[in-house]
Design a protein around this ligand. Structure first.
Ligand SMILES: [Cu+2]
Length: 315
């Protein structure tokens, strides 16, 4: 315990502040959009079509639920007032009423079909994974997320600022506040902000491949309307197209152990130019495949595919 305290105290000296500012990282200040707000009860802002669809569906179903609830309360009120033992001394003894039974069978069926007609297209839209502009594989670990840019052959881990990996012990201290500020966040973003972030370009179709390394985690960003369990041994996929530049937070959403609350997700949506600059920086920083090499092999694949196609059409 004493050793750990000593390590925590010495950590800033070893690492310097640059560890959190990420030296050379070309991404500038971004507005924080996807974050919870004090006293908030609704959804975080929707910045993808999926999130907008989900929030619209939620509102629509809420109207139906409210109408049904009021209707049932009204019926109960009628029964209580009209058929209580004072007003209705000798109750009727029938047990069946065919028209009413038909109505309360068909009514709910119609309501469910109506809801399904709107909810199933939203579900299919989430689950039909389009062709990706950017593919990122994310792996849930106890207790942090790793990101791999599969097209560019580099990967990095993403730890909560204030977690043991960044020299803290999952508590908000003055040191952690300083680290948050160095990285462009404020105290409010504690337990949401990470030391590194997943970076994606605005308007691009991003496909995230999600898996777990040890237990089941869940990768979630409310503003994108995405949530996908990260199951060891399986590779699931989700997709989104973010329409606004900014910082978006999420949290692991599957109970995964003692530090489940301390493995948040930070995604930065940036302009295409800024993304390309970041990509070059990240390839150098994390030892990725140089872009010329990657592009050349891409062309090679395209060529091979064309040759196969030609061969097939010749047959
Ligand atoms: Cu987790």
């Amino acid at each position: 315990m004493r050793l750990r305290t000593l390590m925590t105290a010495l950590f800033p000296i070893f690492m310097g502040h640059a560890a959190f500012a990420q030296e050379g990282n070309p991404i500038g200040d971004l507005p924080i959009i996807g974050a919870p707000s004090d006293g908030g009860v609704g959804f975080q802002p929707a910045v993808t079509s999926i999130a907008a669809d989900l929030q619209w569906l939620d509102g629509m179903v809420l109207i139906i639920i409210t109408a049904i609830t009021l209707f049932v309360i009204g019926l109960l009120g009628v029964v209580v007032v009209k058929f209580n033992h004072v007003r209705n001394k000798t109750p009727k003894a029938f047990t069946h009423n065919t028209p009413i039974e038909i109505a309360w069978t068909i009514g709910p069926i119609v309501i469910l079909i109506f809801i399904g007609a709107f909810s199933l297209p939203v579900l299919f839209n989430q689950q039909e994974i389009p062709e990706a502009d950017v593919t990122v594989k994310t792996t849930g670990y106890q207790w942090y997320w790793g990101y791999e840019y599969v097209d560019h052959g580099f990967a990095f881990d993403s730890y909560m600022i204030g977690s043991p990996a960044t020299g803290g012990d999952n508590r908000l201290t003055d040191e952690v506040v300083a680290q948050l500020q160095d990285a462009g966040y404020s105290e409010d973003e504690f337990r949401l902000a990470t030391d590194t972030a997943m970076v994606v370009p605005i308007g691009a179709t991003v496909v995230v491949q999600v898996t777990g390394a040890d237990v089941i985690h869940s990768w979630t960003v409310p503003s994108f309307g995405v949530k996908q369990d990260a199951v060891p041994g399986r590779l699931a996929e989700l997709w989104f197209e973010a329409e606004e530049e900014g910082v978006y937070f999420g949290q692991c959403s599957e109970l995964c152990g003692i530090a489940h609350a301390y493995m948040p997700i930070t995604v930065k949506v940036v302009s295409q130019d800024e993304y390309e600059a970041w990509l070059d920086w990240a390839i150098a920083e994390y030892g990725g495949t140089p872009r010329q090499v990657a592009d050349a092999s891409d062309t090679g694949e395209g060529e091979a595919a064309r040759l196969i196609e030609d061969g097939e059409s010749a047959n």
